[in-house]
Design a protein around this ligand. Structure first.
Ligand code: NAG
Ligand code: NAG
Length: 471
């Protein structure tokens, strides 16, 4: 379902169907109509249907008009340049986590429990742009959480916000008002498992276990570690899910109540609900901020899914690793040595916006894309995006298809909305960026995942991709 409700620049896509194409080369191009959506305030936010072995939640863009966080527009959406800057700090923190964790044994929670942490304006959660609404506690309170496959612990801001809570849209969760909330004690073994889930050694306050987690530059959440009832849909609830009850929270979490951790560590919601869903979940990220996608736990993949094995990044076992082998542009596989991909390794992440390619892969992609787009005027760069076009004079444009190849042999076509990132019609950019270092991990980001059904099967160790999962 596509709810149009915003004056936002959107690219409407139409793909050529093989049967109607005379010129073979056109199969490898996508024709895009450029237009601006009209403002329309009809909002619709509710859980999708829930079946026996699966639970589906509606996914909306954090700042989109379909987000319940944005209904009175009191929390300003960042500009595209700000989003890309936030994205860069998330990527930096992922890269440093993957290169540092080999050496360091993790921080102590007290370090980030202090007021010495700079509360910069630019402090971020990275740009985990997609939120779902779940119920927490008894009686249940509705909370909108950013979902993140790149981290494990789930947390929400909690009363009494002993140190600090940022501004959130919904009422802040009060554990004293929930009959099912329990604190975890410091001596509990689950308390010590916070070290691997957060990268920080847990603390202890009045014998209650204290968690702390940092994201990107200076956004963080610190608080009591507890359990409470988590309600995903009217039929799917879990009586005691471990989560962080944040007493000191800072960052640009966009008015959301916190974060839903979908990583591979044992404290993630995926692992905690494994008995019911067997570590299976899938999502579809909508193509624009005015449409909706889904996050489903359990269930089965679309018949047309292409699967590739999950790999493990030894320095970051929480991440979903993938083995890439190549990239195609306009139907031609680029001449990039396979070692370019194997030296870097790769992960898929719902929280990184723009995919970060190994430098050699990005320069090959850019060169080929620019060549095939040479009839359009280039314009200034947008933050990390260095290949931008001015389409003011065009009502339709023709864009080469881009595909990702995996070592398992599959190729996944990126949707047209994942090829271009539009700031305005006069600045539409190739939505990819290069890493600085050839050994930095390749990140398959959320712009490139748009409209794909991405199906994670943590038990079978594979990920599936199918086109047209949502609009
Ligand atoms: C949890 O532990 C903290 C710290 O000991 C305490 O202040 C709080 O009241 C406890 N909450 C509940 C619901 O027991
Ligand atoms: C659009 O067309 C006008 C009129 O031909 C021209 O002056 C202008 O430079 C063009 N703009 C771009 C971005 O190509």
């Amino acid at each position: 379902m596509l709810t149009r409700c915003f004056n936002f620049f959107t690219l409407i896509t139409e793909t050529f169907h093989d049967c109607s194409v005379n010129y073979l080369s056109h199969v490898f191009f996508i024709i895009i109509k450029t237009r601006i959506d009209k403002f329309d305030d009809s909002l619709n936010f509710q859980s999708l249907s829930s079946h026996d072995k699966k639970a589906s939640l509606e996914v909306v863009h954090k700042y989109g008009p379909c987000s319940r966080l944005n209904q009175d527009k009191t929390i300003a959406a960042p500009t595209h340049a700000e989003i890309l800057l936030q994205d860069q700090s998330r990527v930096k923190s992922i890269h440093s986590r993957l290169s540092n964790s080999k050496a360091s044994g993790g921080n102590d929670v007290k370090v980030i429990d202090a007021t010495t942490v700079p509360a910069k304006d630019g402090s971020v959660v990275g740009s985990g742009n997609y939120i779902v609404t779940v119920g927490l506690g008894t009686p249940q309170k509705q909370l909108s959480l950013i979902f993140d496959t790149g981290s494990d612990i789930t947390w929400t801001q909690c009363q009494p916000c002993a140190k600090s809570c940022y501004k959130q849209k919904e009422q802040i969760f009060d554990p004293s008002q929930s009959t099912s909330y329990t604190n975890i004690s410091c001596s509990s073994s689950i308390c010590s498992s916070l070290t691997s889930a957060t990268g920080n050694t847990p603390g202890c306050a009045s014998s209650t276990c204290v968690y702390g987690i940092q994201y990107g530059d200076s956004s963080f959440s610190v608080g009591f570690f507890g359990t409470d009832k988590l309600t995903l849909t009217s039929t799917d609830a879990f009586n005691s899910i471990y989560f962080g009850c944040g007493q000191n929270n800072q960052g640009l979490f966009g008015g959301s109540a916190g974060l839903l951790g979908l990583g591979r560590d044992k404290l993630s919601v995926v692992s905690q609900t494994a008995q019911k869903y067997s570590k299976i979940f899938s999502y579809c990220l909508p193509s624009s901020s005015s449409s909706t996608g889904f996050l489903t736990f359990g269930g089965s993949a679309s018949k047309n899914s292409k699967f590739t094995p999950l790999s493990t990044i030894s320095a970051g076992p929480s991440f979903y690793g993938l083995d890439f082998s190549g990239i195609s542009v306009g139907g031609t596989k680029l001449a990039i040595s396979a070692s370019v991909f194997s030296n870097a390794g790769a992960i898929i992440d719902s929280g990184t916006v723009i995919s970060r390619l190994p430098p050699a892969a990005y320069s090959a992609l850019r060169a080929s894309f620019r060549k095939l787009m040479s009839k359009y005027p280039l314009t200034s760069a947008l933050s990390i995006l260095d290949t931008c076009y001015d389409f003011s004079n065009y009502s339709t444009i023709s864009v080469p298809k881009i595909g990702f190849f995996f070592s398992s042999g599959i190729e996944v076509d990126i949707d047209a909305t994942g090829i271009l990132y539009a700031n305005s019609i006069s600045q539409v950019c190739l939505a990819f960026a290069g890493n600085n270092d050839a050994t930095d991990v390749f990140i398959f980001g959320n712009v490139q995942q748009k409209t794909l059904e991405v199906f994670y099967d943590g038990s079978a160790g594979k990920v599936g991709f199918a086109p047209g999962g949502c609009s």
